[in-house]
Design a protein around this ligand. Structure first.
Ligand SMILES: Cc1cc2nc3c(=O)[nH]c(=O)nc-3n(C[C@H](O)[C@H](O)[C@H](O)COP(=O)(O)OP(=O)(O)OC[C@H]3O[C@@H](n4cnc5c(N)ncnc54)[C@H](O)[C@@H]3O)c2cc1C
Ligand SMILES: C[S@@+](CC[C@H](N)C(=O)[O-])C[C@H]1O[C@@H](n2cnc3c(N)ncnc32)[C@H](O)[C@@H]1O
Length: 655
């Protein structure tokens, strides 16, 4: 799978319109761009009627091949805004192999001032668009865009969705034969169900025949402008059998009232609550402290640190998708105060790191990361450094409590503080949260987002979560330390100041259960700073600081053995072991037995040292599991994060 981003190469004609150098074709017809979109895609798929008929809270899913400049998306959203019930939702999934650069996108969008209400919000969030699944949220969560960046034949097989309407775009079959293939049509069929419709501008005979073979009833209809005829179709084929094993299947979508409990108001709980509230759910968040973000999510500054792999592992894919999603969410926060996109520099501090960085520099596009020699790194960082390294220009720091609070500010979210949930009981189709003898709240859906403490609840008691204590040190900024212009990481990290303080982190202690900050760990953090930059240490005058007087805080990270978060629906572990016991004898057997889900129960935990990157997108993942919407991550990545993976491994390997 390719991790290397390739932007569209665009030539602009004398009237300022884009032309693809890669495909030698135009993005839209010369005069009738918008009219053609409306005719081919909106009218042929009867989108107006479909939007108008959407029940409150229902979600229409549109799939598209070839996002290009996004015109089809903007036109569909415009029609949705005009026609659909205010509580209905639109989820638009589009594949794009060569995304436009920000500058080209801005230039293309300026061609349609009449679509500005839809195109400008995209432009404002058009950052960190890297290969894989990239999710966007618009209009207070009413509209979701999932861009799959990569080749359609590589991306669509990873999509878990039920698509209602297809826009079959992409340059003309003669110019782009690699896309218009039976493999593509088979994917369209796999993702379609009874009543799924399709619109396309092409009437090419073999395309029509292949679509018919794939299960679409196709008909030619009058075209528009220079296009004499176009085509529309309806899926009349078989519904594809689920590809995934039952233990990774979709649990039943809750049919009861759209009410949920979320236990824990850190990054994971706040994000989950927001993703559900954005979909019209009433969410009660239960938090034992007097405010959100009092535990791991309570540091003054955390870093958007991307620990990627050149091999496109599930974790690396999750990080790239999560990073993009978090970055777009941060655009809603106050820059400079709550976060800053000042970049992150990872120093090449030893030979292993030099080697690792060289591989990454070869595997990823330089809009994501680039190698810097020492003098270049120093020029960017504003302080003297011991080495060069990898620079992530879109990275930065975040004040995690601000992100939690922003996520929780939604009329559908009710935050109850000082609520320590001791037990969880299932009664009459509801999950009840009890604080001793007191029933605190109940709802048909409950999401456990209490980091390692999710194990206190019996259904999650078996999850292999580990707590790792970490301590940060707050260092008063000086006039000379303020010149630090980017986050710098080696074994530890230091950020440019937020207000009058830099955050320096962080220690790792696998044994201690005590959260009182220790002098020894402050000293350890100062040693980490010396490795990062003795110049910065000197600017901060650390030699003159009394370690006994240093301020900081400690909290527990919560990690899983494979370092992936644990996110998804929860099964009854005893019943699971019984119904799938045969796997212990023959792991290739896939018993045709539905997974014994604990209906309505979900977990969002195990975000380790990178919750800023993984937790917000995992809120979307939970919401997609709960509501049956398209998953915001490749199927394989969602399975790699699935709570059932451990029970399954235990059955297969006996450990
Ligand atoms: C020292 C340190 C430095 C870090 N640096 C970074 C960094 O630079 N970048 C980064 O991305 N990540 C960093 N992390 C990791 C990041 O902070 C975590 O991944 C993230 O905060 C986890 O969020 P969470 O919501 O899962 O857990 P938490 O923030 O711990 O939230 C869990 C919440 O659940 C509540 N809760 C639990 N059980 C109950 C119950 N029974 N009833 C009611 N409430 C309950 C808790 O009170 C808590 O508020 C760091 C972590 C530490 C400790
Ligand atoms: C005609 S343009 C899309 C027009 C678009 N609707 C718009 O308004 O700009 C076709 C798009 O399909 C993309 N594309 C072509 N082949 C592809 C493939 N195999 N996988 C993914 N995207 C592809 C191109 O990069 C291009 O952006």
């Amino acid at each position: 799978m390719s991790t290397l981003l390739q932007h569209a190469q665009i030539d602009w004609d004398d009237q300022g319109r884009p032309h693809s150098r890669q495909y030698d074709d135009v993005y839209f017809a010369v005069n009738e761009g918008i009219d053609e979109t409306k005719h081919v895609f909106l009218e042929q798929t009867r989108l107006r009627e479909r939007f108008a008929a959407l029940a409150p809270h229902a979600c229409l899913v549109i799939g598209e091949t070839g996002f290009g400049t996004g015109m089809n998306f903007f036109c569909a959203w415009q029609l949705f805004a005009a026609q659909a019930h205010p509580d209905a939702r639109l989820h638009f999934v589009s594949v794009e192999r060569y995304p436009l650069s920000h500058a080209d996108m801005a230039r293309a969008l300026s061609l349609w001032p009449e679509l500005a209400a839809f195109s400008q919000p995209l432009l404002a969030q058009y950052v960190a668009v890297h290969p894989g699944f990239q999710q966007f949220t618009f209009d207070n969560g009413r509209v979701t865009l999932t861009l799959l960046i990569g080749d359609v034949l590589e991306q669509l097989p990873q999509l878990d969705a039920q698509v209602d309407v297809w826009f079959l775009d992409g340059f003309a079959p003669a110019k782009n034969p690699d896309m218009w293939t039976p493999e593509l049509f088979a994917q369209l069929a796999r993702l379609s169900g009874p009543g799924t419709v399709l619109g396309t501008f092409t009437t090419t005979g073999w395309v029509r025949r292949s679509l018919v073979e794939a299960g679409f009833a196709m008909k030619k209809v009058p075209g528009i402008g220079k296009k004499w005829e176009v085509m529309s179709g309806e899926y009349t084929g078989q519904t594809a059998p689920a590809l995934n094993a039952p233990w990774y299947g979709r649990p039943p979508v809750s049919q009861g009232p759209r009410q949920a409990l979320v236990i824990g108001a850190g990054l994971a709980g706040s994000a989950t609550a927001r993703s559900l509230a954005n979909r019209g759910w009433q969410v009660t968040v239960l938090e034992r402290h007097d405010a959100p973000a009092r535990e791991a999510s309570g540091n003054p500054q955390g870093v958007l640190y991307l620990k990627l792999s050149a091999h496109g592992t599930a974790l690396s894919q999750m990080i790239l998708s999560g990073f993009g999603y978090t970055r777009r969410q941060l655009e809603r926060l106050q820059r400079g105060h709550d976060w800053d996109a000042c970049g992150v520099l990872q120093l090449a501090f030893d030979s292993r790191e030099v080697e690792r960085q060289a591989k990454l520099a070869g595997a990823f596009d330089n809009s994501l990361l680039r190698s810097l020699a020492r003098d270049e790194a120093e020029a960017i960082a504003g302080v003297a450094l011991p080495a060069g390294g990898l620079f992530y220009p879109e990275g930065g720091w975040v004040h995690p409590p601000a992100l939690c609070q922003t996520q929780l500010q939604h009329p559908g979210i009710h935050l109850l503080m000082h609520q320590q949930v001791i037990t969880l009981r299932q009664a009459d189709g509801l999950w009840q949260a009890w604080d001793g003898e007191r029933l605190v709240a109940s709802a048909p859906v409950a999401v456990l987002a209490g980091a390692a403490d999710v194990r206190r609840f019996e259904p999650c008691a078996q999850l292999p979560l580990k707590r790792i204590r970490g301590q940060i040190t707050r260092l008063p900024a000086t006039a000379r330390s303020r010149l630090l212009a980017t986050v710098v990481c080696a074994e530890g990290y230091v950020a440019p100041p937020r207000g009058d303080e830099h955050t320096l982190g962080a220690s790792f202690d696998f044994h201690s259960d005590d959260l009182t900050p220790t002098v020894a760990e402050h000293q350890g953090n100062l040693a980490l700073l010396d490795e990062i930059s003795t110049d910065l240490a000197e600017r901060l005058d650390t030699g003159a600081l009394d370690p006994e007087q240093l301020q900081g805080r400690a909290a527990f990270r919560c990690t899983s053995p494979d370092y992936l978060p644990i996110v998804g629906p929860v099964a009854d572990s005893q019943a699971f072991n019984e119904v799938y016991a045969v796997l212990g004898k023959d792991a290739r057997q896939v018993p045709d037995v539905p997974c014994p889900w604990l209906e309505g129960l979900y977990v969002n935990s195990g975000h380790g040292s990178r919750g800023l990157i993984t937790a917000p997108l995992c809120g979307e993942l939970i919401a997609a599991w709960v509501t049956g919407e398209p998953l915001p991550l490749p199927r394989a990545v969602a399975e790699a994060c699935h709570p059932n993976r451990f029970g399954l491994r235990k059955l297969i390997r006996g450990k």
